[in-house]
Design a protein around this ligand. Sequence first.
Ligand code: SF4
Ligand code: SF4
Length: 76
Amino acid sequence: MPIIIVDLDKCIGCGKCSDICIKAVFETIKLEKYNYMTKYFAAHPENCLFCCLCVGSCPELAITLKKKTFNEIKSF
Ligand code: SF4
Ligand code: SF4
């Protein structure tokens, strides 16, 4: 399962990552820390195909996608 990290400090809530993702990985979140502004996070990384389209779609370069290392898989 890939690790998908959204830097919420950078996310402007445009939803482009969610629009382009055919696996519906992203969902919205509203946190007090960001004055309840809509942000997106990877709620369902287990569905990810590792196509990287979300990374390229983000105007704020807020998304990092990593494959798990062998050790991370072993300890999973
Ligand atoms: S890499 Fe592809 S499948 Fe995975 S979250 Fe991004 S757009 Fe969705
Ligand atoms: S594309 Fe980037 S800035 Fe837009 S909602 Fe997704 S993570 Fe946030």
